[in-house]
Design a protein around this ligand. Structure first.
Ligand code: SF4
Length: 430
């Protein structure tokens, strides 16, 4: 049990939280301002390496998925989804796509950021999902904007040299395409500089995530979910590197001072899937009231790692395009079962996880498709209790808090039952 005399609640808004708001506000203001002033605007999928755009004098980028997540977090997800549904888009489509289509075709109305400035080029990729390619292609057809598709092979095992070369060749095509469309010249040394900032940012990010190993953990996964946002809008900047350094330092200082987000932490949980953006505050408080802390998520620990890994894969100063190609598959969706399980096992071991919540996501089928098999492996091979709950990451209409918490409470009971069992039972690590 936690010694309550040595811990205090750390639930007030942190300095990192305040800086995060400032960075996000400034990123969107700059994006709109520079677009108005004539910058070349690219819309990208979440895993398109934005450091490439630092190689040009005046290219800015917007990330529809990130904007959709923010919209869901601010409570306008269903409103924007319904606009898309009225245009004929199915309720079964990913809620990010529906939020984005609803926002874009209503001129940015009701968006927390006035939407995104209209693009000159759209860049998608097919390694997360094919839905995204179709979604981005709607803008190509409707607005007649060029659509560049990065064709990235799935990875059922670590990336092959041939696949890496194939991705690098496409980056070169993308660079030539932007040079032709924008009339600007590309400078690779600027990308190298951006990658040095990314390397520093990701090293601090991993340091921050590893504060979860402390008992009680130095963070909740809800902190890490929200702190991902600037990685998508400020990739390759000194601002981001500085922000993540301060985030890691501040969290470590809190641990040293005995300030923990869930002081009476009894259950250390791992979340598998995208953040439930509309539930962050509610879910965090309700879990804390049960002395449960979600301390890790596959969604956040994949950032900065290679497929199947938990630790940092840092830029070594070599060819920027080859580093970006090697990390092109960092997100979970393009990983086969063996890689997903390997990374999860490493997180469970490194952080002392007691139980896993598999969040079956009505929107993101590619993230959810192999969760039942993963759940079986986690319980049978690692002896870690796990449950499956139903969520939708951005459409609250497809989520039932009561049903989810009935299962989460059952998970806590399973953890208690496991603690009482003799440690020598087969399949249960001592
Ligand atoms: S289905 Fe999943 S991977 Fe595809 S756009 Fe939606 S959230 Fe992203």
């Amino acid at each position: 049990m936690t010694n309550e005399a040595t811990v205090k609640s750390g639930h007030q808004k942190s300095e990192a939280g305040k800086r995060l708001s400032t960075i996000m506000f400034s990123d969107y203001v700059n994006l709109h301002q520079r677009a108005r002033d004539g910058a070349f605007v690219v819309w990208i999928a979440i895993v398109v390496p934005a450091e490439l755009f630092a190689g040009f004098d005046n290219v800015v980028y917007g990330v529809p998925e990130s904007h959709a997540a923010m919209s869901a977090g601010k409570g306008v997800g269903p409103l924007q989804c319904e606009k898309a549904e009225r245009l004929g888009y199915s309720l079964d489509l990913c809620s990010y796509a529906r939020i984005d289509l609803g926002t874009a075709f209503d001129g940015g109305k009701d968006s927390p950021t006035m939407g995104l400035p209209k693009p000159h080029l759209i860049v998608s990729n097919n390694n997360n999902c094919s839905l995204l390619v179709k979604w981005f292609d709607i803008y190509h057809r409707t607005w007649n904007v060029p659509h560049f598709l990065l064709d990235v092979p799935f990875c059922y095992e670590p990336q092959s040299a041939r696949d890496l070369d194939y991705i690098v060749a496409q980056y070169r095509d993308l660079i030539r395409t932007i040079e032709t469309l924008s009339g600007q010249t590309f400078h690779i040394e600027r990308v190298r500089e951006a990658l040095e900032h990314t390397r520093d940012a990701l090293a601090s990010w991993k340091r921050f995530l590893k504060t979860a190993a402390s008992r009680p953990a130095g963070l909740t996964v809800f902190d890490s979910f929200v702190q991902m946002a600037p990685f998508l809008t400020s990739r390759g900047t000194k601002t981001l590197a500085e922000h993540y350094r301060l985030l890691a330092e501040e969290t470590e200082e809190n641990i040293a001072k005995g300030v923990f987000p869930v002081p009476n932490e009894r259950y250390r949980l791992l979340w598998d899937n995208i953040a439930p953006w509309h539930q962050l505050s509610k879910m965090s408080s309700r879990l804390a009231s049960l002395d449960a802390n979600l301390i890790a998520a596959s969604y956040t620990y994949c950032m900065g790692s290679l497929e199947g890994e938990f630790d940092l894969y840092a830029y070594d100063g070599g060819d920027p395009l080859r580093y970006l190609a090697r990390t092109q598959n960092f997100s979970i969706c393009p990983h086969g079962m063996t890689l997903r399980f390997q990374a999860m096992r490493r997180a469970i071991d490194a952080l002392g996880i007691d139980g896993v919540i598999f969040a079956s996501n009505r929107s993101c089928k590619v993230y959810s498709v192999m969760q039942m098999d993963l759940l079986k492996r986690v319980t049978s091979e690692l002896g870690i209790p796990a449950v499956m709950i139903d969520v939708d990451h951005a459409d609250v209409r497809k989520y039932s808090e009561e049903q989810a918490f009935t299962r989460i409470e059952a998970l806590l009971e399973l953890i208690e039952a496991r603690r009482k069992e003799p440690k020598s039972l087969p399949g249960r690590p001592a």
